[in-house]
Design a protein around this ligand. Structure first.
Ligand code: BG6
Ligand code: MG
Length: 243
């Protein structure tokens, strides 16, 4: 089946009326701040200890995916099949998390990715509700370090989500709390699993990354510095009219 291509950034100026959505749900790791790289470094080190190479290609599959599911994907990439008892899985996941939390312990508001603060301000000024839809149990800590804990109306509690991305539950949970429908929401993600989750929630999916990995996104920018409220709202508006 031929997939529709994502609308790329710098789509040009909007003509006609802009439809304003009600809420924007942000992924955290790799969208608000570059903690996606710290997840990668921590997994790569654990992989090396287990004799499994975690390269950037495998890492793309780990983005957006829960801690234990990521570990299972890494173990599935072992040169020889491995069977790991549940208790050991937990220990390995805890070891990765210890490394990850030590890497993020020193992040500051300077680590907020370019363009994010002005985007949050602009969306807020337009009256939109804002939420974080992250798979990370470390999300509250990261937001606190970035001094962004008060910037969102709601932060999805990853510990309460039964089905992780690409299941839509994370995004639907945020929409439910904010009392808005899926169609009234925009989701912003840097992972293929996250883009699928947003779209399965019936929301407009903004991707940050390359067409190579995020071809399914409804609107795509190469990095956060290209995120701009009016361009996003224009693309959302065209999406609403098409659907
Ligand atoms: C997601 C990351 O946001 O959170 C994944 O993209 C990570 O890489 C997942 O595995 C779970 O994070 P944590 O901090 O709970 O291990
Ligand atoms: Mg992410």
């Amino acid at each position: 089946m031929v997939q529709p291509e994502p609308e790329l950034a710098a789509a040009g100026s909007e003509s006609g009326l802009i439809t304003i959505p009600q809420a924007v749900i942000f992924d955290l790791d790799g969208v608000i701040t570059d903690t996606a790289e710290f997840h990668f470094l921590a997994w790569r080190q654990l992989g090396a200890e287990l004799g499994i190479e975690v390269d950037r290609m495998l890492n793309e599959q780990l983005k957006g995916v829960s801690r234990l599911q990521s570990l299972e994907l890494i173990l599935a990439a072992a040169p020889e099949p491995v069977i790991v008892p549940e208790a050991v899985l937990e220990q390995l996941a805890a070891r990765k998390n210890a490394r990850y939390t030590s890497l993020i312990s020193s992040i500051t508001p300077k680590d907020i990715l370019p363009g994010i603060c002005s985007l949050l301000d602009d969306l807020r000024a337009a009256g939109l509700k804002l939420a974080i839809g992250s798979a990370s149990r470390n999300a509250p800590f990261v937001l606190e370090r970035l001094e962004l804990a008060g910037a969102f109306d709601y932060v999805v509690d990853a510990g309460r989500i039964k089905r992780g991305k690409p299941d839509p539950e994370t995004f639907l949970d945020a929409a439910d709390y904010l009392k808005v429908s899926g169609r009234e929401c925009i989701g912003i993600e840097d992972s293929a699993a996250g883009i699928e989750a947003i779209q399965r929630a019936g929301m407009f999916a903004v991707g940050i990354g390359s067409t190579h990995t995020l071809m399914q996104a409804d609107y795509l920018v190469p990095s956060t510095q290209y995120l701009n409220r009016d361009d996003i709202l224009g693309a959302y508006s065209r999406w609403i009219r098409r659907s």
